[in-house]
Write a protein of this length. Structure first.
Length: 582
């Protein structure tokens, strides 16, 4: 039977107490903290229900008021009167007493009535905001006139007048002709300031941290926290602290309410979780300290000397040996370690020698491959350039021979330079020189276009990667085509690589040849062994890239052969690493 040590007993005790404390915290959260959260949630629900009911009651009373006034025979008679003098008399002696009594009893700031001629009569209560300005009055009459109205129902909206928000309730005045035709002859509109509704939201505004906000589609109109009054609704939603929120509509798409309580009040269990974890950590640290005092004498000190010896081995060499500790079982371990160190020292010496030899062979092989590939491309490039000179000289075009000779001189300096990597724009310049030379040979029949990202001037690549692709496009793709030849070079900077494309509108590559070429390019990895200095230019480019940068980079070919009524094309694409040009 396996014996349990004192250290194991102490560890079990620490784990057991930690589990008990965590379970207690979870029970406390489930049965007490969640109960507190439910109370706050219930308070929010009560607050929004009561506040919405009170506000909707105010809207209902205003709607009832304007509906009653719109149906009052005196106001109907007034609105349906064309005679201006008679209408003025009726407004002062009949309508005014009814309206003033209504707005004083209903806490309405303004009551506006229009007649069949479109003339408005405004009645003002003792409002603390005074009368409307001319601009605000015109805006109010325009807004009310544009509202869709029916004979049966009042319509509500929110209007901003002179920088203040007002609740507006509107009902049309209708008359029925002797033949039963219903005609709108006027409008009754009651207007009251939103600020006068603050007493409604103040009933719950300070209850258990609850905040109440009334808003239209864009701004906070009034709230239990006055510092939010008038601010943008989007700003409020994105800059308030995390909170539990409920919302509801008083007037759909015009006046809505938000009731919220902060998460720190709504979910106090977060604080209790932290406190419980601190207590668990404190008890665990205390018990671990006691356990450490027991195991220090029997385990830590002997092993400390062993650890110090192994650290010295790591900092120096494997020829050192560990010293005995005086503890029987640990000394057996030290002896075994010393024997293992002797064997490792001998084995490591052999492995190091072998790896060094293999590494030197690999470096030499890669350098040889790159040298052969680069020299092969240089000879091929110079040979074709001199063929162009010979062709022009044979045809007697000596001025063009002079031009092409100057270009070849520039190309020779570039090709024979000792640099193996060049700026990408240097490679673009050599292509311009080469195409100019070939265009002389082809009678300026080639349209050369470039679209290279300016940012590529900051990066480098292997020399003579793009030029062989251009040479292939000219000789194999465009030379048979003659007039109408187009050669396009594009360069793109992607987040993780650089892409350079060479595209021509030539005859295209036959499908069977394209399949064979794609297969050869896929097989031309960085570890392939070259067959002397033979091989085509595309395979050489692929091998140079993969030897220098790895198999994730390289050359791809796409093509479509020309057919009746359909143009052919070939595109060679280079994927290169992003290497800053220093």
């Amino acid at each position: 039977m396996k014996r349990i040590t004192v250290q194991q007993w102490l560890l079990y005790i620490v784990l057991g107490l930690s589990v008990v404390l965590l379970l207690g915290q979870l029970l406390f959260q489930n049965f007490f903290v969640d109960y507190i959260s439910d109370i706050h949630r219930s308070n929010v629900e009560v607050a929004i229900d009561r506040t919405m009911s009170d506000l909707q009651g105010i809207v209902y009373e205003m709607n009832h008021t304007v509906s009653s006034l719109a149906a009052n025979p005196l106001i109907v008679e007034y609105a349906d009167t064309f005679d201006a003098r008679l209408r003025f008399y009726m407004a002062f002696n009949q309508v005014r007493p009814v309206v003033l009594s209504t707005i004083n009893n209903m806490n309405i700031d303004y009551l506006m009535i229009s007649d069949i001629t479109g003339t408005w009569y405004t009645f003002n209560s003792e409002s603390p905001f005074g009368s409307f300005s001319t601009t605000a009055w015109r805006h109010a009459t325009y807004t009310i006139s544009a509202m869709p109205m029916t004979p049966m129902h009042a319509v509500n909206t929110i209007m901003i007048l002179d920088g203040r928000a007002y609740l507006c309730s509107v009902h049309p005045v209708f008359v029925i002709s002797p033949i039963g035709y219903v005609q709108q002859v006027g409008v009754v509109a009651a207007i009251t300031g939103i600020l006068s509704l603050r007493y409604v939201i103040d009933n719950f505004g300070a209850l258990y941290g609850i905040s109440i906000y009334l808003h239209d589609t864009e701004n906070i109109l009034i709230s239990s926290l006055p510092e939010w009054d008038g601010l943008c609704l989007d700003y409020f939603l994105t800059n308030t602290e995390p909170a539990y929120m409920r919302s509801g509509a008083i007037i759909p798409e015009a006046l809505e309410i938000i009731v919220s309580i902060s998460e720190s009040d709504m979910f106090p269990q977060r604080t209790t979780i932290v406190a419980s974890l601190i207590m668990v950590a404190a008890f665990s640290l205390l018990l671990l300290l006691i356990m450490g005092m027991f195991i220090n004498r029997y385990i830590i000190k002997p092993f400390s000397s062993v650890i110090a010896g192994t650290r010295e081995l790591g900092e120096r060499n494997l020829s050192l040996r560990l010293s005995p500790t005086g503890v029987t079982h640990i000394d057996e371990l030290v002896q075994s370690i010393n024997m293992m160190l002797g064997r490792l020292e001998e084995y490591g010496r052999r492995v190091f020698t072998t790896q060094q030899h293999l590494y030197e062979m690999e470096i030499n092989q890669r350098e040889t491959q790159l040298y052969l590939l680069r020299n092969q491309i240089n000879r091929h490039f110079l040979y074709n350039s001199l063929i162009s000179v010979k062709t022009l000289a044979s045809s007697g075009e000596y001025e063009k021979v002079g031009e092409i000779t100057d270009g070849i001189g520039y190309l020779l300096r570039y090709v024979t330079s000792e640099r193996t990597e060049v700026n990408i724009f240097d490679e673009m310049e050599i292509i311009h020189q080469y195409v100019s030379i070939q265009n002389i040979r082809f009678g300026n029949s080639i349209v050369f276009e470039t679209d290279v990202d300016d940012r590529l001037c900051e990066y480098k690549t292997l020399k003579l990667l793009v030029q062989p692709l251009v040479e292939n496009a000219l000789i194999h793709g465009l030379e048979p085509l003659g007039k109408g030849s187009i050669l396009v070079i594009r360069g793109f900077l992607h987040p993780d690589h650089i892409k350079i494309e060479v595209r021509d509108n030539g005859t295209g590559i036959p499908p069977e040849r394209l399949v064979s070429l794609i297969r050869d390019l896929q097989d031309a990895d960085a570890t392939a062994v070259l067959d002397g200095v033979t091989g085509i230019a595309l395979l050489n480019i692929q091998k140079r890239i993969r030897i220098a940068y790895g198999n994730e980079y390289g050359l791809t070919i796409e093509s479509q052969i020309a057919a009746p009524g359909q143009a052919g094309w070939t595109q060679a694409s280079l994927k290169l690493p992003i290497l800053p040009h220093v």
